[in-house]
Design a protein around this ligand. Structure first.
Ligand SMILES: Nc1nc2c(ncn2[C@@H]2O[C@H](COP(=O)(O)OP(=O)(O)O)[C@@H](O)[C@H]2O)c(=O)[nH]1
Ligand SMILES: [Mg+2]
Length: 302
């Protein structure tokens, strides 16, 4: 066994919408986790595995650290809190703003109580002038000591290499946890469900998307005269009859749009033709119902 490789676990934490999932996808170089401009897009912690000559980094993407408003929120907050246990390095993502609000202060206080190395990642550096980054660094430095501070842009990829350098500097030597082809521990069905949910998030406005859950009912590959085809049937659950109407849209237009956007991306992701069928069902107030939460897979795992 060769032991001079650097391998370890790195959790990405931060407030909702700071770009945690965008950063994970950028590092891995492909879509592993879904992203959107709506907060609370990520619901479970997801592992994304990055391997190169230097070693292996197992990233944990987590839901944003926020005050829970319902039982799903409790679960999501738990996922974020559990995500910082027993990891080698924490990447704490923030917006490029020198104002440090209560939400950030709460996270900084949690970090202060840990013995883990914390890299402050100032994301969205593309959205500010270079000179404006210095005050951001200064105000976070006043709050606590960080192992390193890296400004970058997950969107353009600028300085992401530097973050990887700093991460490797802070990882222990050891054996790899996954084989080098692995990029995520998410089952394909879950990836498919998330892609469909992302397209729904993008197509729908406000209120409705937060109450959506996607369940894959069928996922089957078969030979056809035009090559392999994957049949996917999925149910989009929402919380109210009125939401169901919005998701289906006039003459089924909205559901058609979500379906065709999802199919396009599923075909890219799985590299084969996809036949996608979507249904919409109402499950009233599921975000506060233990049984539904468990059915939808929102139960604390490892
Ligand atoms: N300008 C800019 N926007 C970004 C950057 N990274 C992420 N975003 C945007 O921020 C929003 C939230 O991103 P997401 O990765 O879902 O955030 P998360 O909730 O922290 O996982 C999306 O609209 C992204 O396109 C960045 O480096 N620059
Ligand atoms: Mg996310």
């Amino acid at each position: 066994m060769v032991l001079d490789k650097k391998c370890g676990f790195v959790t990405i934490i931060g407030r909702p919408n700071v770009g945690k999932s965008t950063l994970v996808n950028r590092i891995i170089g492909q879509k592993i986790v879904i992203t959107s401009n709506k907060p609370q897009t990520t619901r479970k912690k997801i592992r994304a595995v990055y391997t190169d000559d230097r070693g292996q980094v197992v990233f944990l993407d987590t839901p944003g650290m926020n005050k829970p408003k319902n039982k799903l929120g409790d679960f999501m907050r738990g996922e974020a809190d559990r995500g910082i246990e027993g990891v080698d390095v924490i990447c704490y993502l923030v917006e490029p703003s020198s104002f440090i609000g209560d939400g950030e202060k709460e996270i900084i206080n949690i970090l202060k109580g840990l013995n883990t190395k914390v890299i402050l990642v100032i994301n969205k550096a593309d959205s500010v002038k270079k000179d404006d980054l210095l005050p951001v660094i200064e105000s976070f430095n006043k709050e606590t000591d960080f192992t390193a501070i890296v400004p970058l842009s997950a969107k353009t990829g600028k300085n992401v290499d530097e973050l990887l350098n700093v991460i490797y500097e802070n990882l222990p030597e050891g054996p790899m946890f996954y084989d080098e082809d692995t990029v995520t521990d998410q089952p394909v069905k879950e990836i498919a469900a998330e892609i469909i949910r992302e397209k729904a998030l993008h197509a729908l406005s406000e209120e409705v998307p937060h109450g959506i859950a996607v369940v894959i009912e069928k996922f089957k590959e078969r030979e056809s005269d035009r090559g392999m085809i994957t049949d996917i049937e999925a149910t989009v659950y929402c919380e109210r009859d009125s939401h169901k109407g919005i998701i289906i849209g006039k003459g089924g237009q909205m559901l058609k749009k979500i379906g065709s956007n999802a199919r396009f991306e599923l075909e890219k992701e799985f590299d084969c033709r996809v036949n996608l069928q979507l249904w919409v069902k109402v499950n009233k107030d599921w975000r506060n119902d233990d049984k539904s939460l468990s059915n939808f897979g929102f139960t604390p795992g490892e």
